[in-house]
Design a protein around this ligand. Structure first.
Ligand SMILES: [Zn+2]
Ligand SMILES: [Zn+2]
Length: 359
């Protein structure tokens, strides 16, 4: 099967023919139908976060079940699924305490001595986030998939697998935004736009979008933002504090920079919550004024929207089907696997909210 292989950081991906193993007892072979191009993949390509190489990136897919292992009862061939990197083991402290998004799924991977799921002529190709979705097929643990409604097209459903679950979940699960509260979102890419939509679904009173790109602010407004702050023109902290008379209840950081993480904290009022969603490069630290914690301010990390994805993803698909969650508007481009490097270039140039690779 064809896959976009990453062999070195800071190099283009190469579409190669590689081999995929047969499903083990709890594994599922998927035919990939669509995969969103998420910004986190770019961190690996640019070398900000080291990963074992060679690998196949891609972690926002939807597909169709082709084969299942003999112990799999949850899905059968022909089922339409979204696959999520929050694969859960079902038995660890995090899974058993209702936080399967923190599981990490280590025990769902194949043992080191077992044949690898992906390989090329005897060489192991490391699976990325238990998925490796920039490929025509995926071999995943059954706990990495969720069945999805027939009515939602898979080239839109895929977005829910990472960006939408991360953003909508940050608003609904991590922060539990209340109706009428004030919200600010720094960064209006796929995740930030999803936070805006989640806050809107929760009934937030004021939703302030912050970005440096004017077309993203326009898109944010069409998805539920009540105000926009162009951070290339003014100090976004001052602007948000002025708009709200002293700060917001919830500030979400969806970029992954020291500067914007600190800005999120400075945008909240006393008792407010800053939610850090962005993926930070290895070694990046955030500095905060310790005295401000006397005001009861909270800083919270949000991993994949604090999801329990087999519950959340079908709910978010329902939001799409009833018109409350807009996915079509978030897709700027559809591309084929052979154009994968163009999709990342467009992301670097900030030309797209989300690209989707279709197969
Ligand atoms: Zn992602
Ligand atoms: Zn677990």
């Amino acid at each position: 099967m064809k896959a976009a292989v990453m062999r070195a950081a800071k190099q283009p991906l190469e579409v190669e023919d590689i081999q995929i193993s047969k499903p083990g007892p709890h594994e599922v072979l998927l035919r990939t139908e669509a995969c969103g191009v998420c910004h986190s993949d770019l961190h690996m390509i640019d070398g900000a976060i080291p990963v074992p190489l060679p690998t196949v990136l891609g972690h926002e897919p939807a597909g169709i079940v082709e084969q299942v292992g003999d112990q799999v009862g949850y899905v059968k061939p022909g089922d339409r699924v979204v696959a999520c990197l929050s694969v859960f083991c079902g038995a660890c402290e995090f899974c058993l305490s209702g936080r399967p998004n923190l599981c990490g799924g280590a025990s769902t991977a194949r043992a080191p001595e077992a044949p690898p799921r992906l390989s090329k002529d005897g060489e192991t190709i490391h699976q990325f986030t238990h998925l490796s979705a920039f490929a025509e097929q995926m071999l995943v643990h059954e706990n990495a998939v969720v069945k999805i409604q027939d009515e939602i097209p898979l080239d839109r459903a895929c977005l829910i697998g990472c960006g939408v679950t991360t953003g909508v979940g940050a608003a609904l699960n991590t922060a539990r935004v209340e109706a009428g509260s004030s919200v600010c979102v720094i960064g209006c890419g796929g995740v930030g736009l999803s936070v805006i939509q989640g806050a809107s679904i929760a009934g937030a009173g004021r939703i302030i979008a912050v970005d440096r790109v004017s077309w993203k602010l326009d898109l944010a407004a069409s998805l539920g933002a009540t105000d926009g702050v162009d951070a290339s023109e003014s100090d976004p902290v001052m602007a948000v504090r002025e708009l709200t008379g002293g700060g917001v209840d919830y500030a979400f950081e969806a970029i992954g920079l020291k500067e914007t993480g600190e800005q999120a904290f400075h945008m909240i009022k006393a008792g407010g919550m800053a939610v850090i969603i962005g993926v930070y490069g290895l070694g990046v630290n955030i500095e905060l004024p310790g005295l401000a914690f006397l005001q009861g301010k909270r800083v919270v990390g949000s991993m994949m929207g604090s999801n329990r994805f087999r519950i959340d993803i079908p709910r978010y698909a329902d939001f799409y089907l009833d018109g409350r969650l807009k996915l079509d508007e978030m897709i700027s481009a559809r591309r084929k696997l052979g154009e994968i490097n163009d999709a990342f270039d467009a992301m670097r140039k900030v030309e797209v909210a989300r690209s989707v690779i279709t197969f």
